[in-house]
Design a binder for this molecule. Structure first.
Ligand code: HEC
Length: 174
C-alpha cells in the first residue's frame, strides 16, 4: 500500500476515534462558506465595475471584458487612475475633454504639442484606428485597434475608468 493512503487511513481512524459526529458537521460547515466567499467575491468585483450604461451610445453597449482585455495593450504605456504616473505614454485620467498633448510635465512629440483639439470619443476613435495617420509625427508606437468592437470597448473602458461624466462632453465642445 502506498505510504500516502496508509497515512490517510491512520488519519481517518484517529479522526473517528477522537471526534463525535459534531466535529464532522463543523468540518463540512467550514468548507462550504469558504467556497461561497470566493465565488461571491469574484462576482461582486466584476459586477460593480461592468457598468457602461451611463455612457453615450455606442459605448453603453460595448463589452466590458473586451474593453478591459484590449486595454492591456495600452496598459504597458498608460495608467488611468487619477494621479497615476506617466509611463512611456501620459496618464490618461480625464482624457475626454482634455486638451490634446496637455498633461503637465509629459514630454510630448511636437505633433501632439501643436495639436489644438480636445479629446472626444470620436477623436479617440480616429486616433486608435490608426495613430500614425491621425497625427503624423507622433510618438505613440502602437499600430492601433482595428476591430471596431474592440475599439468601442476600449474607449468605453477608458471613459469608464478615467472619470468620464456628462460634463466632460460639455468641456469637449470647443
Ligand atoms: C508603446 C506605448 C503605447 C501604447 C501601447 C499605447 N500608447 Fe497611447 N501614447 C503613447 C505615447 C508615447 C503617447 C504620446 C505621443 C506623443 O507625444 O506624440 C501616447 C498618447 C496617447 C494619447 C494622447 C494623450 C494626450 O495627453 O493627448 C491617448 C488618448 C492615448 N495615447 C491612448 C492610448 C490607448 C487608448 C491605447 C491602447 C488602445 C494606447 N494609447 C496605447 C504610448 C503608447
Amino acid at each position: 500500500m502506498p505510504l500516502n493512503s496508509r497515512f490517510l487511513i491512520i488519519l481517518l481512524i484517529s479522526g473517528l476515534a477522537a471526534c463525535d459526529s459534531g466535529k464532522e458537521v463543523r468540518a463540512v460547515g467550514t468548507a462550504a462558506p469558504a467556497q461561497e466567499l470566493t465565488n461571491n467575491g469574484a462576482e461582486t468585483s466584476t459586477e460593480s465595475s461592468r457598468d457602461f450604461s451611463s455612457l453615450p451610445s455606442p459605448y453603453n453597449e460595448a463589452d466590458y471584458a473586451l474593453g478591459r482585455r484590449t486595454f492591456k495593450f495600452c496598459g504597458s504605456c498608460h495608467t488611468l487612475k487619477e494621479g497615476g504616473p506617466d509611463l512611456v505614454g501620459p496618464n490618461l485620467f480625464g482624457i475626454i475633454g482634455r486638451e490634446a498633448g496637455s498633461r503637465p510635465g509629459f514630454n510630448y512629440s511636437t505633433a501632439l504639442q501643436e495639436a489644438s483639439f480636445r479629446w472626444t470619443p470620436e477623436k479617440l476613435e480616429e486616433w486608435l484606428n490608426n495613430p500614425r495617420t491621425f497625427l503624423p509625427g507622433n510618438n505613440m508606437t502602437f499600430s492601433g485597434v482595428h476591430r471596431q468592437d474592440a475599439r468601442h470597448a476600449v474607449i468605453a473602458y477608458v471613459m469608464h475608468e478615467t472619470g468620464y461624466g456628462p460634463e466632460s462632453e460639455t468641456t469637449a465642445t470647443p
